[in-house]
Design a protein around this ligand. Structure first.
Ligand code: DON
Length: 331
């Protein structure tokens, strides 16, 4: 018995687990007051500071939903996982990794320090803004809508519906994102961009502004937990090698300068977004005792009150608790 894991010596029914998760969400909702909703993209400040919700979708067909689960929000940086996957599917993994590295930076998601100080041959990873904007420039297509289409196509295959662009969020970021435009000019100067800078930034702002729910994140996470195959249809949605690289990057870079702590205290691949979303992936695991979701699950969390690293304050604490109770760590 792993220290800290609950003794689940009872039938792991959906109802039984639901009661526990409801209690945990109620408890960690109090922590939302320790965070602050994003404001550098002005419209994001309209989010409700106290919202917290979670959806857990298991490969075994079990789904637990608790808290604020029906709140639509924009995917933001979680879209970087999808754009990287699409780039690998379009161009091939080696093409992408020749142009963006797979190393964590330990810096904020929108830092440009390394670009200037280290005279890099390529951005550190595809999840910091410099790397993500580079990835978006590599996507096929000459207009933002052409570049965006395969991203939304992949979302539609995973989510079961075609998500829409939140135009208000797109316009709010488009009109306020001096930092990303500075990054864009750095990337233009260093020759990293493979498309027109303005088209690339327009695409990037749009991909971040696609509206989703935590059910969608849980479905995406479940497919990644299954190495790219949809457990319900047995259809390959994402080629296995690409799904595995995406999970490795999520583990090492997905939470930016909190990725080390998240890997240590939660121990599963995850990616955050500045509107408060987190996708987490619990691959199938072998344990001595019966524990929830042993054959894998995807988790979607929404909590717009952010910590200093731009990750959901209460969402991370809730995931840390669940990981300890259910011994989710892949280590
Ligand atoms: O580029 C930006 O700043 C936002 N569109 C996305 C940043 C983000 O989600 C960082 N993740 N916590």
């Amino acid at each position: 018995m792993v220290q800290g894991a609950a003794n689940w010596n009872t039938e792991l029914t959906e109802e039984w687990l639901q009661n526990y998760v409801d209690d945990w969400v109620a408890f960690y909702r109090k922590m939302t007051s320790d965070g602050k909703v994003a404001s550098y993209i002005p419209i994001l400040e309209e989010a409700n500071q106290n919202h917290l919700g979670i959806t857990i979708m298991g490969n075994n067909g079990m789904t637990i939903r608790s808290g604020d689960t029906d709140i639509p929000f924009t995917i933001q940086s979680i879209s970087k996982v999808i754009s990287f996957i699409v780039g690998c599917m379009e161009r091939g993994v080696q093409y992408m990794l020749d142009r963006v590295d797979v190393e964590p930076t330990g810096e904020a998601f929108n830092s440009i320090m390394h670009l200037e100080m280290k005279q890099l041959k390529k951005p550190f990873n595809p999840f910091i803004n410099a790397g993500a904007i580079t990835v978006t420039s590599m996507l096929e297509g000459n207009t933002s809508d052409e570049k965006l289409k395969p991203i939304i196509d992949l979302m539609e295959r995973m989510f079961g519906y075609r998500p829409a662009l939140n135009v208000d969020v797109y316009e709010s970021e488009r009109d306020s994102s001096m930092r990303n435009r500075a990054i864009g000019y750095y990337l233009l100067e260093t020759g990293f961009l493979e498309s027109d800078m303005n088209i690339t930034l327009e695409t990037y702002f749009k991909q971040c502004s696609i509206e989703i729910t935590i059910d969608d994140l849980a479905k995406f996470g479940m497919i990644l937990a299954n190495d790219g195959e949809d457990p319900n249809s047995q259809e390959e949605i994402i080629p296995r090698p690409i799904a595995r690289i995406a999970k490795a990057l999520m583990l090492t870079c997905g939470m930016y300068d909190a990725s080390g702590k998240f890997a240590t205290y939660v121990g599963i691949p995850a990616k955050s977004g500045v509107s408060g979303g987190i996708i987490a992936v619990s691959p199938p695991r072998v344990r001595e005792e019966e524990l929830p979701f042993l054959d894998g699950c995807g988790i979607g969390v929404y909590g717009p009150a952010l910590d200093e690293q731009g990750n959901s304050e209460a969402g991370i604490r809730l995931l840390r608790h669940i990981a300890k109770q259910w011994d989710l760590s892949i280590f």
